[in-house]
Design a protein around this ligand. Sequence first.
Ligand SMILES: [Mg+2]
Length: 294
Amino acid sequence: MSDQQLLDRIKGGLYGVAVGDALGGTTEFMHPREIKAQYGYLTEIIGGGVWQLEPGEVTDDTMMTLCVAEGILENPAVPMESIGRRFMEWYHTKPKDIGNTIRHVFEIYEDNWFEAAFLSDMDRGLSGGNGSLMRCLPVALAYTDLPDIERVSRMQSKMTHYDERCSEACVIYNRIAHRLLRGEELRDAIVSEVAGTEYEAFIKAKPDYEPSGYVVDTFGWVLHILLNSSDFSEVVQQAANLGGDSDTIGAIAGGLAGIYWGYNEIPSTYANAILIKDRLDEVSLRLYRLRIGE
Ligand SMILES: [Mg+2]
């Protein structure tokens, strides 16, 4: 793979998250019936929805992905503290869209992330949300060795989500991303990584549950959409028209789709609509440089 192709895939991954988030933000929490009545089949980034988004405005999915990316870039060897500092800086901007698990952990955090996540789980239960999966892609973009990818995927998950199912999903997701960055076919990469896991069923069958914020439900839908789309647009549009946790499902699926098809295959009407384009461009280039050891 040429250097240009590698940069195209890294940039595609970050833009894929942002486009899936911005498109799906319009339909978050809606039922497919309501989406159909209001938009027909949603294909354009128009904003609005429950968060009253500007067209091209992204939500927590993309903003926390950038926190993870920039935290790793600051200190690739031991990134927890730099990621955590960015989480708190973002939290203090009073974001519109923030998951319940993450909000609670941020409220009780003092100086130890793992402890805060553990105490939150003890207190509330329910830490099996998709909030650590939606932000973890930069780990696969930054590191080239699988042990590093697995360790940091798991670590960033445990900072807010004590539940083991979350860390497992992050590891599987980033192992798929790692394969795609090496030029593997999308279907082959997914099939190889879900073999023997609870996600294996989605290679054949459509999920028979709601597209909820529970990490297993979310990831099941992500895999189903990725295995049943023929280009980048189809992936993010399918997610947006599902409703439920559509922005997060779009962001997670869009990240892998963006790596696989590359930035140049993301329609320019989508990429150019994103309001934080400059920051995505800069972080993409820095991740690329880190990856190639510059
Ligand atoms: Mg969101």
